[in-house]
Design a protein around this ligand. Structure first.
Ligand SMILES: NC(=O)c1ccc[n+]([C@@H]2O[C@H](COP(=O)([O-])OP(=O)(O)OC[C@H]3O[C@@H](n4cnc5c(N)ncnc54)[C@H](O)[C@@H]3O)[C@@H](O)[C@H]2O)c1
Length: 334
């Protein structure tokens, strides 16, 4: 059994702790949070001890899952690598590309698995689409279209730590785009808006909707559209267009029952509410892959470099927003 410590027992840390506790190849061995009641609640739920961050990198722990606030991730990655402890760390690595570059230097050459929490790569539908693409089922890839809309605006307190729509939310889609494209975007153009809560977004200098267009060196196009508030639910779709067909990985509903009445046809249940529900299988598969890397030495499937590249795309998107022009990704270096 792989003995895992979970650092950060907030919204997503609680979910990761439950998945680890239920995993056949792992044991949830310890939880830690600077906010003691959060750690106590998760510890009580699973009958495991709380401990300090030092304990997590000490004897008796084989791997750590970091689900703390974003500003702590790079420090924990460096600490894990120095201790030789495999780490699965939530996205993003940091909000500042310079800090990520320093972290990259600090961990260069390390053989310990460092996986970043890009869970969407592990969604069965998204993964099947990517596998079918790579198997040649739709011929040459021409376009990737990613729709990612949250069901509701997060509470006001969320935005400051999140670091802006592109670094917090679109970063998942930048990673998914790279995963699907199998090539680096070289150019990017972004527009963003304040449509749902203009006053709050202006005050926080943030955005609640965005559209991004990217192009690879081979001319493959990618479009990402984001909104913080889609009243009909969490909207997660990926479309791949090739010269021999199209692949679509669509939304999920809790069940497939449909209503037909005099007033409606094909009326269905709302989509799964948010990421915990929609990506439940993906979060579990992400853990499977992490444990495979620990046990077999296989390369991680979403690594530090992926986290770095996705953040640089977010930086390039912000530059495009500021300057109102197409930006070459190589203009953003760090
Ligand atoms: N992969 C995804 O889909 C996904 C979804 C949500 C959040 N996240 C990421 O996960 C991270 C946590 O997000 P959340 O929504 O769970 O936030 P949260 O605020 O609900 O939880 C974070 C927890 O970390 C604790 N914490 C902060 N600093 C700490 C430290 N130095 N040591 C120990 N504990 C510390 C806080 O007390 C809090 O309980 C963020 O980086 C976020 O971007 C990823």
């Amino acid at each position: 059994m792989i003995r895992v410590a979970v650092l950060g027992c907030g919204r997503i840390g609680r979910m990761h702790a439950a998945n680890i506790a239920a995993h056949p190849r792992a044991a949830l061995s310890m939880v830690h949070d600077v906010h003691a009641p959060a750690a106590d609640a998760v510890a009580a739920e699973h009958g495991v001890p709380t401990g300090s961050a030092d304990d997590a990198f000490g004897p008796g722990i084989d791997a750590v899952l970091v689900a703390t606030a974003t500003e702590t991730h790079a420090d924990f990655i460096e600490r894990a690598v120095a201790a030789g402890t495999p780490i699965l760390c939530e996205k993003p690595i940091d909000l500042d590309p310079a800090r990520v570059a320093r972290c990259a230097e600090a961990i260069a050459g390390a053989s310990v698995p460092v996986q970043i929490g890009f869970n969407r790569r592990f969604d069965p539908g998204h993964r099947a689409a990517r596998d079918a693409l790579r198997a040649g089922e739709i011929g040459d890839l021409q376009q990737v279209v990613i729709t990612s809309r949250d069901p509701a605006m997060p509470p006001r307190v969320y935005y400051a730590a999140a670091g802006g729509l592109m670094r917090d939310m679109t970063i998942h889609d930048f990673d998914l785009a790279r995963f699907m494209l199998g090539a680096e975007p070289v150019e990017i153009f972004a527009v963003a808006g304040r449509r749902t809560d203009p006053a709050l977004m202006a005050e926080l200098n943030d955005h609640d909707s965005a559209m991004v267009v990217m192009r690879t060196a081979d001319g493959v196009q990618c479009h990402i559209n984001n909104a913080r508030c889609a009243v009909y639910g969490y909207d997660q779709r990926v479309e791949l267009l090739g010269d021999a067909g199209m692949l679509v990985s669509g939304n999920r509903k809790p069940h497939e029952m449909r209503r037909y009445t005099a007033a409606q046809s094909e009326a269905a249940a709302p989509y799964e509410f948010f990421f915990v529900e929609r990506y439940a299988e993906a979060f579990r598969a992400q853990l499977d892959a992490f444990f495979d890397s620990i046990e077999t030495g296989a390369a991680v499937q979403a690594g530090f470099e992926d986290g770095h590249c996705a953040l640089l795309l977010a930086e390039a998107a912000y530059r495009s927003l500021r300057e109102g022009r197409m930006v070459r990704v190589e203009e953003v270096t760090q």
